[in-house]
Ligand binder design. Structure first.
Ligand code: KE4
Length: 428
């Protein structure tokens, strides 16, 4: 495949946009080479500026669960645009999507819309701190909750101590209120909670992790966190920016059968337009301004275009009783096909999958947390990525990301993908 035009555009972009991209992972730093510039997309396919057709397994990092340019979603946006794009005033449509989301997701009474997953998670932590009157939070190494200061933290000197910034610009003062734990290590969390009884406002986690590749919770892990939160009066925040409305109508709460205190959303809830949201039972949500004292706001929050895209997407997901099974079956099929193709050529690998989230790791041992994910052979991943890209298959340009399947994928697309994996495997 030729990427001449993309490379030319990348040169121009870097002159006026830092790194030529508006989000770092798009720059292909982890895999090398120039990023592909996309001209258009339709269904399961991207068409780049060199007119290459690519089978898309990123799907805008999750939102395009129905496929790109899905007819109903496009029509809803177009029709809504004709009525005006943003008013900074309440609209009936916001109530409709809020009612629909509340009807789909268990254990929430109210929801507040924002403009990104970061904003949703940042606001959820502020709400938890305001509701409990406590300052500290626990997050897990390898879980990503957006780029708010409280989350850009790495483990402190000792495993149980409070964090240190992992980005310039994040202050020590902020970092000291976040402590890192290892995903799936319940004993460690219990010890931290014991050492900080009455001080932890919230535990925030990806209930199925997607930012270390796809990592499901170990048996008993999330249940244990729920019990610890109940014991210590701490709120459990499920960051469902990836899993919400993707793994089930009710997301991970439904899939795992575990109740969170606050749930955050992004990606799918916006149907491809900028939407985040956070939700909880009324007792918690009514702590938010203008009802309660916890301040949170946004000029474009709930804007009509994004609400139209999100509402149409959620409505289709809610009414199509078979979509989640279709997505799961397609992902299972892909999982089996990739495993067979890599094994046939003796390529050491492990594949993690939950529903329509899947990741391939070139690692010997099981990938169950950040440490084991980091042991993956990145040189092999780079060759795998570029081998697939050159054969028309576009996967996430990092071993620490998850692939997201779309309902628009056909089994012929999956077979083409598996064929590309087999031909690439010979080169690994
Ligand atoms: P945004 O602010 O990017 O909308 O959402 C942040 C976020 C929060 N929580 C989870 C679980 C997330 O996965 C994300 C964002 N995901 C990344 C992909 N790993 C978005 C891609 C990017 O950063 O460009």
């Amino acid at each position: 495949m030729i990427y001449k035009r993309s490379s030319e555009l990348f040169v121009e972009a870097k002159k006026v946009i830092p790194g030529g991209v508006n989000s770092p992972v798009r720059a292909f730093k982890a895999v090398g080479g120039d990023p592909v510039f996309i001209k258009k997309a339709q269904g399961a396919y991207l068409y780049d500026e060199d007119d290459n057709k690519l089978i898309d397994y990123i799907n805008s990092w999750g939102p395009m669960i129905l496929g790109h340019a899905q007819e109903d979603v496009v029509n809803a946006i177009v029709e809504r645009t004709k009525l005006g794009t943003s008013f900074g005033a309440p609209t009936e449509l916001e109530t409709k999507i809020a009612e629909l989301a509340v009807s789909m997701v268990p254990h929430i009474d109210k929801i507040r819309f924002v403009n990104s997953g970061t904003e949703a998670c940042m606001s959820a932590v502020r709400l938890a701190r305001g509701f409990t009157g406590r300052d500290k939070i626990i997050k897990f190494a390898g879980c990503y909750h957006g780029h708010s200061d409280s989350f850009l933290i790495q483990a402190g000197s000792g495993a149980m101590t409070f964090g240190t910034p992992n980005s310039p610009g994040v202050t020590k003062g902020t970092a000291q209120d976040t402590v890192l734990a290892d995903y799936n290590n319940l004993d460690q969390v219990a010890e931290i909670m014991g050492n900080n009884h009455g001080e932890i406002a919230a535990i925030i986690l990806e209930p199925i992790a997607g930012n270390m590749g796809c990592i499901p919770p170990a048996a008993g892990f999330v249940e244990g966190l729920r019990a610890l939160c109940d014991e210590h009066g701490t709120l459990l925040i499920f960051d469902e920016v990836m899993t919400g409305f993707r793994l089930a109508r009710g997301g991970a709460q439904e899939l795992l059968g575990i109740q969170a205190d606050i749930v955050t959303f992004g990606k799918v809830i916006g149907g491809g337009l900028p939407v985040g949201a956070f939700a909880a039972r009324q007792e918690i949500m009514d702590h938010l301004a203008p009802v309660g004292p916890v301040y949170q706001a946004g000029t474009l929050s709930g804007n009509p275009l994004a609400m139209a895209a999100g509402y149409t997407t959620l409505k289709i997901l809610n009414e199509d009783g078979a979509i989640y099974k279709r997505l799961h079956d397609k992902t299972e099929y892909l999982h089996k096909g990739i495993a067979a193709a890599l094994s046939k050529h003796g390529v050491e690998h492990t594949i993690n999958q939950v529903g329509s989230m899947i990741s391939v790791h070139f690692a010997r041992e099981a990938v169950v947390d950040f440490g084991s994910a980091a042991k993956g052979d990145n040189a092999t991943f780079k060759k795998f990525f570029h081998g697939l890209l050159s054969r028309g298959v576009y996967i996430a340009p990092s071993a620490y990301e998850t692939w997201f399947l779309t309902d628009a994928l056909t089994y012929d697309d999956l077979d083409k993908t598996i064929g590309a994996v087999e031909r690439t495997a010979k080169e690994l």
